[in-house]
Design a protein around this ligand. Sequence first.
Ligand SMILES: Nc1ncnc2c1ncn2[C@@H]1O[C@H](COP(=O)(O)OP(=O)(O)OP(=O)(O)O)[C@@H](O)[C@H]1O
Length: 273
Amino acid sequence: MAEPTKELSQVAPQIPQTQNPQNPKAGSPTVIVDGLHIIYKVYGSSGDSEKGNAASALMRILRRQGRPQMKEVHAVKGVSFVAHHGDAIGIIGRNGSGKSTLLRAIAGLLPPHKGAVYTNGQPSLLGVNAALMKELTGERNIILGCYAMGMTPGEVREKYDEIVDFSGIGDFVQFPMSTYSSGMGARLRFAISSAKTHDVLLIDEALATGDRDFKRKSQQRIKQMRDAAGTVFLVAHNLDVIEETCNRVIWLHKGKIRMEGDPQEVLEAYNKA
Ligand SMILES: Nc1ncnc2c1ncn2[C@@H]1O[C@H](COP(=O)(O)OP(=O)(O)OP(=O)(O)O)[C@@H](O)[C@H]1O
């Protein structure tokens, strides 16, 4: 199978950089998405007239058709763009427009059907379903999560209190995550993931469940990551979060880029559409 993502240095070692004496990395490319197509293959009914309901399942059994036919969902259709160090890129679009699919492809979790994703550094996906273990306590999850991000035991000890403080879960850190509200879970996930500086951090709706205070804190932290010349991608339905956090917005529509650029301009066009 083709590699989901490739190291940027292998394909574009000499791309000119914007010089910034304070941070020499700033402005250089971190992610190149080149003519990307993602297709899901799913089992579905054979025709539009056959909806996936009990009646059609029964008909299939009676007609001895066995398994339903394979269908394809073309979720991302020829998307291309370049992201740079220091960019926070908001991805907006209606339900089903391909936002989460694009993030998962950048993270290397979905192989391109056509085209390619090149990344400089390791992309980390922070999603609403990021893999923390519900039956373990917050404390255990913090430790495991930090190890999973490649931190040393010393770094974990150093960051532990800060993560608990930032998440605001207080004494709940001693309880299994299965006892947390969805907001508490999302806050802990964000606190763990953002305890480390990421080259490319992909955030999928993780800020949606936090309260106002937490949103403010997380926006500040995203800004710090940008200042450290990381690249942040943010999928959110809350357009205020996008406007306040991002310096660029990509509007996806039915798997294609409808518009891209300055947040105010893109959000204005999106709201009018
Ligand atoms: N695992 C999957 N298998 C098959 N089809 C999928 C899968 N995940 C997403 N799709 C389809 O791909 C298309 C894009 O979905 P995606 O979740 O990327 O959109 P989205 O813009 O993130 O939507 P939302 O705003 O509702 O989260 C949709 O038609 C969806 O039904």
